[in-house]
Design a protein around this ligand. Sequence first.
Ligand code: NAD
Ligand code: DAU
Length: 350
Amino acid sequence: MKKILITGGAGFIGSHVVRHFVNKYPGYQIYNLDKLTYAGNLENLTDVDQKPNYHFIKADIEDAELIMDLFQREQFDGVIHLAAESHVDRSITNPLQFIHTNVLGTVHLLHAAKTIWHGHYEGKKFYQISTDEVYGALGDTGLFSETTPYNPHSPYSAAKASADHFVRAYHDTYGMPTVISNCSNNYGPNQFPEKLIPLFINNIKHNKPLPVYGQGLNVRDWLYVEDHVEAIDLIFHQAQPGSTYNIGGNNEWRNIDLIKKLIEIMDRKLGRPAGTSLSLITYVTDRAGHDLRYAIDASKIREELGWEPKVRFDEGFEKTVDWYLHNEEWFNHVTSGEYEEYYQKMYGNR
Ligand code: NAD
Ligand code: DAU
């Protein structure tokens, strides 16, 4: 019997992690702690929320006292920490929120775990889910490895980098059994439609302009969310304390090529003549500090833990589009209220 705290479990990746752990490990008690910000949605978990090994706690990781009481009461064996402000564009307009959640929130969790575990670390693990963005940007060649120095550029990636440094500090200073993984761009069902793929699916569907930042030449390495979850499971169970793993899809796309591929799929699925939605492409002012290229060397996790992506991009992308097209109700719920305000602020009346 293990008690696992998963933070941010109502968000995109977190909900897939929660579902995986609840279903695969009926002997574990899974505690999903989430503040339910605009990005957190319990509808993501309706298929598992009645299971006896699932528990939901609505709470804010910034609330140090509550977090300490919770650790005292529940005596968790492990923490998988995903709760974060995750959108780069929001971090540019509101950097302070990112420091509060991503840095301070992480330190409150670390501090509670250290206090309650009190040096008895046998069977314990604190797992920080991080991002490849902490490494900064690559030129046309090269890959991020686990030894690439941190060089974040956005308030989002600077806050994640800072949190990662605290996680390492708790390992190096207090001997806490921590692990960190740094993953590339995830795609799949349940991603909030502020991120490129679900935003553009929604806009194509409604014949709205597709705001391509700059010239669309930035490169991202896309990984299907369930492949990320498989990697998280392996790392949580097998990684040595103090270790770090990079996770990536070996699947680089220039934004503009990915967008054209998406248009091809969407036009086919919506019964529009091929190429109809190309006219929606609208080049807009580039994102400030926009990292040119991310790409991951995932050889360490492949060689040490035997992980590699299982979902081929063609298959995963098509499945993702189908999910958004068949889950209109989910889309309508998450895009009501605050979303409209956000969209107006970011993209005006386009
Ligand atoms: P998301 O924005 O979809 O979900 C974040 C979740 O955290 C939401 O459910 C939200 O309600 C919750 N949350 C936010 N602030 C909180 C607080 N103060 N207290 C408690 N809960 C809070 O994010 P995501 O895309 O699923 O990313 C999850 C994690 O994975 C993040 O740490 C992110 O940095 C990391 N990551 C994401 C990607 C990606 O491509 N999306 C890639 C690599 C790493
Ligand atoms: O690399 C991992 C990171 O991937 C995660 O840590 C972040 O949480 C996640 O949000 C994602 O960050 P990106 O900034 O790469 O993702 P986003 O979907 O916002 O943008 C992908 C690319 O598309 C990026 O180069 C910016 C561009 N873009 C994005 C939006 C929202 C556009 O051209 N237009 C848009 O409207």
